[in-house]
Design a protein around this ligand. Sequence first.
Ligand code: FE
Ligand code: FE
Ligand code: ZN
Length: 305
Amino acid sequence: MEKPLLGAHVSFGKQEQLLGATLEALSYGANTFMFYTGAPQNTKRSGIDLELTSLAHKLMEEQGIDQTKVVVHAPYIINLANNNEKYDFSIRFLKEEIERVERLGIQLLVLHPGSHVGLGSEVGIENIVRALNIVIDSKTNVKICLETMAGKGNECGRTFEEIALILKEMKYPEKVGVCLDTCHIHDAGYSLEDFESVLTEFDEIIGLSKLWVLHINDSKNSRGSHKDRHENVGYGKIGFEILMNVIYHPKLKEIPKILETPYVSIDDTSKIKSYPPYKFEIDMIKNKKMNHNLIEDICNYYKKD
Ligand code: FE
Ligand code: FE
Ligand code: ZN
């Protein structure tokens, strides 16, 4: 049976770094994964431990994880769309992040295009283009994947057209591609029910060869809501069957698919505990059968320890 290239968002701990992230992914039965190199909302970053990095790569090789498909997500405090006093900081931090990703031997870096904070998307996109052309040079080995956004607030990249406008201005076009997030495009107004047409549209406007990462999330809100609230697979407004069509689409076989669905929280004797859903979501996707007891299964499994 063909196995999808499927993984989840895992953590890159201070102690175990890439090795910890790999072990966490394996514990979910994943064959790929994504992580932040530190807290996404701040810029505190610890040095990369080369020993742990090489152990992690050895483990990936043993376990059949293709290192070229592993993904890092850039911190969302980087905003390239607003050329205020933090613009230079964002540029510098993204450059440093690329160096960290290269040191980790990872090749794919997902980046939110940015928020134009009222400047208008045209100006926002100009700022993004300028910044990316400063950050990416002939020596850059990492591939930047611009994420399709839900269109919350002043987010740039809410349509394929906006992403295409950025891509066509790249000095090094071969180094910039796209991460398509199912929750985001649904919230942005695309109809995943007719995924074939969405893919055709993507191909015409951006080009399918530019699609390098997929984020697989259900959505808490209806199509076009511009909310960006992720839901567990099969438990939201997109639904299991439609997400399965995306995951098993023959044209998307080689693209890493990353779950960023919410942890399941339970109130356990006045203490809120939350557990990762990924092991059970991955199981259900591999079995191609909706698990209506997902939440209970997750709680029972993790409550033991
Ligand atoms: Fe993202
Ligand atoms: Fe995402
Ligand atoms: Zn999101």
